[in-house]
Design a protein around this ligand. Structure first.
Ligand code: ADP
Ligand code: ADP
Length: 232
């Protein structure tokens, strides 16, 4: 489903060039929930953002669902990106649009006609258990509810992959549990492959089928629930 081959990303000018990610090779199978863990600054977020070309790699190849994304020009990335939903630590909702409007926004970007949007907005909010908040604004919601809206928005275009950047780091333990359950549901019921960056070991233990540990821009260890004792 996702293959990174020799992927590197550098920041800074030529004289102070720093590798954020260096020579990473990684394969994630369809249906996996893959965790990327490691300390702050290890390159986790940069690696995640290269899976949907929010960051372009300086070297190496990124293949998602059979498509070599790093070779696509910007204008051809949009349809490819619709295969890849993303959620963030700070939710990144549109504050001037309602809950329904936030979900509708990703359908509008994908060119879904208005007549079909209404139905799809309701389906997605139903999936995350927030249909009753359709006409409320993000400011009226709790953190956990905001992340649910973000998840509804991220799955609106039926993605094959969901990228999660520290999705529970701004949440209390109870909301965290709810979000982890929801992500598991989305993986099992919709068959969405999930990649999750987190510094919370508990999240990994509860959710992930496979794990990569990053240090200084490189993957230093890999675990799989099937083959390893899985107590990283
Ligand atoms: P993590 O997600 O593991 O905390 P990041 O991927 O955010 O790590 O960052 C890895 C390294 O790359 C850090 O040293 C960070 O400062 C640097 N970095 C990340 N994004 C940028 C950027 N846009 N410009 C300059 N440096 C960056
Ligand atoms: P917004 O101001 O965020 O667009 P409204 O309050 O005007 O939302 O819309 C009422 C409801 O209609 C929303 O809660 C949502 O379910 C739905 N909706 C909003 N925008 C769209 C849209 N562009 N396409 C389809 N449905 C929409």
């Amino acid at each position: 489903m996702i293959t990174l081959q020799g992927v590197s990303k550098y920041f800074g000018g030529t004289d102070r060039r720093q590798a954020a990610v260096e020579e990473v090779t990684l394969h994630i199978e369809a249906g996996d929930i893959h965790g990327i863990v490691g300390s702050s600054g290890a390159g986790k977020s940069t690696l995640l953002r290269m899976i949907n070309m929010l960051e372009r790699p300086d070297q190496g190849t990124v293949t998602v669902n059979g498509e070599r994304l790093n070779e696509l020009p910007e204008r051809r990335l949009r349809p490819a990106r619709q295969q890849i939903g993303m959620i963030f630590q700070q939710f990144n909702l549109l504050h001037n649009r309602t809950v329904g409007g936030n979900v509708a926004a990703s359908l509008e970007l994908a060119g879904v006609p208005r007549s079909r949007r209404q139905q799809r907005v309701r389906e997605c909010l139903e999936q995350v258990g927030l249909l009753d908040k359709l006409n409320e604004y993000p400011a009226q919601l709790s953190g956990g509810q905001k992340q649910r809206v973000a998840i509804a928005r991220a799955i609106a275009n039926h993605p094959r992959v969901l990228l999660c950047d520290e999705p529970t780091s701004a949440l209390d333990p109870r909301s965290t549990s709810g979000i982890l359950e929801l992500l598991q549901q989305i993986n099992e019921q919709l068959g969405v492959t999930i990649v999750i960056v987190t510094h919370e070991m508990d999240v990994v233990k509860r959710l992930c089928s496979t794990v990569s540990v990053m240090e200084h821009g490189r993957i230093t260890e890999s675990y799989s629930r099937e083959h390893d004792s899985f107590a990283p």
